[in-house]
Design a protein around this ligand. Structure first.
Ligand SMILES: C[S@@+](CC[C@H](N)C(=O)[O-])C[C@H]1O[C@@H](n2cnc3c(N)ncnc32)[C@H](O)[C@@H]1O
Length: 190
């Protein structure tokens, strides 16, 4: 009952934030738990640091923790101040940064085993996606993956940016049980 009430509160909070800034929040409701599970495949208790970009109300964050990653190993970077405050309250041992993914390289973080992105890349300007990719790969261990979901079939990073950053993408999963259905990509340095 309590879990249902919390989910309802988080969904309404998401709708309110979407109404305030539709292009930044970019989805009317949070992602499904089915998608969240696919976003964290391969994570376990051995990872030292996971950075999550655009956690919103924490659907992927819960799945990262359920995969065995410790809360203290989590860095959550969220642009929306209200979501950031809620996240810090919900995950007191995580490092919550109310800032932009574009600035990731300036937060003095160690190297991450993985970056999980809930960012709406398709509604972010190319120049900012360029900055996000540069920043994300500068704070990742060699060979680490940036995990990104998208509502389109294609990888949401444009080919020119893939080339510029020396990246390759692998489509890992399709999740029908999400609104809208979503694909999960793993993006690596070549
Ligand atoms: C589509 S929602 C995804 C939320 C959550 N991960 C989920 O799947 O339900 C996008 C989230 O990214 C955040 N966001 C958008 N642009 C951002 C940026 N440049 N840096 C950090 N967070 C950003 C929004 O505030 C929002 O919480």
């Amino acid at each position: 009952m309590q879990a249902k009430a919390l989910k309802l509160r988080e969904t309404s909070s998401f709708v309110v934030e979407w109404l305030k800034a539709p292009l930044v929040t970019a989805s009317v409701i949070p992602s499904s738990q089915r998608l969240a599970k696919k976003m964290v495949v391969g994570l376990d208790a051995s990872v030292e640091q996971v950075i999550e970009l655009g956690p919103g109300t924490g659907v992927f964050t819960n799945a990262i923790l359920a995969a065995g990653v410790s809360e203290a190993a989590l860095v959550l970077v969220e642009l929306n101040a209200k979501f950031a405050t809620q996240l810090q309250h919900k995950y007191p041992q995580a490092t919550v940064i109310n800032g932009s993914a574009e600035s990731l390289a300036h937060f003095g973080l160690g190297k991450a085993d993985r970056v999980i992105s809930g960012l709406p890349l398709l509604s972010i300007r190319d120049v900012d996606v360029d900055a996000i990719l540069g920043a994300a790969f500068s704070v990742m261990k060699p060979g680490a993956a940036l995990v990104q979901f998208t509502y389109g079939y294609k990888c949401p990073v444009k080919p020119a940016l893939m080339l510029k950053h020396g990246l390759m993408a692998r489509r890992e999963n399709f999740v029908l049980n999400n609104f809208p259905p979503a694909y999960v990509y793993h993006i690596y340095k070549r």
